[in-house]
Design a binder for this molecule. Structure first.
Ligand SMILES: *Cc1c(COP(=O)(O)O)cnc(C)c1O
Length: 402
């Protein structure tokens, strides 16, 4: 991401931190309690408090903090009993972790095309991918834009499927009266450096079922049971715990989050209006029922014919040259070497997957392939700047037509 002086002058920097964050880290250091310990056997306080605070913000009953967003997905899948022989539907247009977590459980991800306007999972197409082996669906709220969870939950109920919401882009998103992560059986979040709420690394799983929460906790902490003897281990579990330093930063960052979220939503609306007026630009359309959007990135598509036939690379280069912070779009999963070459887990049969070798041809994933060829993403921190700067961003984009 090439950031020039122009963007820095406009206050574009991420992450945003202040004295409060600094003091929080120092307090952990001085406390000598650098890890959280176990529930009922607290060493540090920050992980336990952050879990309560994030659950409250996202309106969930439980939150289990973990090491990162990738293992949050793995834990969620394992807790929902996904494993060998199962198929899990994942959108083709997402970060690789959404599918790698499925691979880690020895299940097989099945890639689903996206909706051309909202850019998230096409629920009707997901239905066509169901087989007797389908166990779960990973709903990724790309760019914060919610998957149509009303339709997806209906489909899941009809076919006894588990729903994991990958909310790595969607902190704060709200759909039809509920924050995302509460529609499915679980919701997972990432707190990696680029994400909307960050401590450099980190993740969590939210859910509203007591028993499931206890399984999730056990898997993240060596198969332990909350409140039980420390050396009693009841089922498979690893060490996916979050350290105290991370949680301390997340707590102070969470205090700043609601205002940032509000500003991003306001600015996205403004930018959408400006870009929407440019012929040949179409911005990501919020799914009907969306009330708030996280906006991890701001995606839009350009029509090369309206832009003197320039390539996507040229489009990006021009934005970077103007100092506008951009984010690279994810190459569709079906094109990635690991899936095309089936370079994955040993001893697992991937021949039934809808990818690999010739099955990875773009024509089988028409919408993601076409979208990727002309999609551009602006980085979330752009939405934390002034409206005046957003005007000049729109001017730069419009100027690419001349
Ligand atoms: C970032 C991300 C993840 C993984 O999070 P990490 O904390 O980086 O492991 C998962 N899914 C999506 C869609 C992401 O963008």
């Amino acid at each position: 991401m090439g950031k020039t002086k122009a963007s820095e002058e406009n206050g574009v920097k991420w992450p945003v931190w202040d004295k409060e964050d600094l003091e929080a880290v120092e307090a952990v250091l001085r406390s000598n309690q650098w890890w959280a310990g176990a529930p009922g056997l607290h060493a540090g306080e920050n992980v336990w408090e952050f879990q309560k605070e994030f659950a409250a913000y996202h309106e969930a009953k439980h939150c289990i903090a973990v090491a990162n967003g990738t293992v949050a997905l793995e834990i969620a899948l394992l807790a929902l009993d996904v494993g060998m022989g199962d198929e899990v539907i994942v959108p083709d247009y997402t970060f690789v972790a959404s599918a790698m977590a499925v691979v880690a459980t020895n299940a097989v991800p099945i890639f689903c095309d996206i909706d051309p306007e909202s850019l998230v999972l096409d629920v009707a197409k997901a239905e066509r991918l169901l087989t007797p082996r389908t166990k779960a669906i990973v709903a990724v709220h790309l760019g914060g834009n919610p998957v149509d969870m009303v339709r997806l939950c209906r489909l899941a109920a009809d076919h006894h499927l588990k729903i994991i919401e990958d909310c790595a882009h969607a902190h704060g998103s709200r759909f039809s009266g509920k924050r995302v992560g509460n529609w499915g059986h679980t919701g997972t979040f990432s707190f990696q450096a680029s994400k909307l709420l960050t401590a450099g690394e980190g993740g969590c799983v939210i859910c509203n079922d007591d028993e499931l929460a206890s399984r999730i906790y056990g898997i993240s902490d060596c198969g332990r049971r909350s409140g039980d003897y420390f050396y009693a281990h009841y089922h498979y579990g690893s060490n996916y715990r979050m350290p105290e330093f991370q949680a301390a930063v997340l707590r102070t960052q969470l205090k700043k989050f609601p205002l940032q979220h509000e500003k991003r939503n306001r600015n996205a609306k403004y930018l959408g209006k400006r870009l929407g007026d440019i012929e040949g630009i179409s911005v990501m359309k919020p799914t009907r029922g969306t009330e708030e959007l996280g906006y991890y990135v701001y995606p839009f598509l350009f029509d090369p014919q309206q832009f003197k036939g320039i390539t996507k690379a040229q489009f990006y280069a021009s934005l970077r040259q103007a100092g506008i912070p951009t984010a690279d779009c994810y190459p569709p999963l079906h094109t990635l070497g690991c899936f095309r070459d089936r370079a994955l887990r040993k001893g697992i049969d991937y021949s039934g997957a809808n990818w690999g070798g010739e099955k990875s041809d773009d024509r089988f994933f028409p919408v993601t392939s076409e979208t990727y060829s002309r999609s551009v993403e602006l980085a979330q921190e752009l939405l934390l700047t002034r409206e005046g700067y957003l005007d000049s961003v729109a001017d730069v984009i419009e100027g690419l037509k001349d």
